[in-house]
Unconditional design. Structure first.
Length: 131
């Protein structure tokens, strides 16, 4: 069978996607729209979640702390958190990270712990936070 330029080879009539079969069933199922609609719905849901989480972060958690403040007894709100005397080093801690967590400056930590090597912190090591 030779095919001339500009002609198409013969397609079997029983092929699943033959032009004859496609022409016989020109209507399409409305279900073909479900996948794109589901994709759009998921994208909108993700965007809404991300935007709502950013608004919580930008307010500094004010919405959550305000609701917690209403439910917390008055004695808990007025009592300051007790200052710890020591800090136990955890895996991955740095001296700057410890200073940020505890509210004690790096210089003060080094004054209180002269034997402390900031480059060789060991998990489980105790660090003085105050005298």
């Amino acid at each position: 069978m030779t095919v001339q330029r500009g002609e198409f080879p013969a397609v079997r009539r029983d092929a699943p996607y033959s032009p004859a079969r496609m022409a016989a069933h020109p209507e399409r199922s409305p279900a073909r729209l479900l996948a794109p609609l589901a994709l759009v719905a998921c994208a909108v849901a993700v965007v809404a979640i991300v935007l709502s989480s950013r608004s919580d972060e930008s307010s500094g958690g004010a919405a959550r702390s305000a609701s917690q403040a209403r439910t917390a007894p008055a004695t808990q709100r007025q009592r300051p958190a007790p200052r710890r005397a020591t800090y136990t080093v955890k895996t991955g801690d740095t001296l700057a990270g410890i200073a940020e967590k505890t509210g004690v400056t790096v210089d003060r930590l080094q004054e209180l712990n002269p034997e402390l090597d900031p480059q060789a912190l060991v998990s489980g090591q105790k660090i003085k936070l105050r005298e």
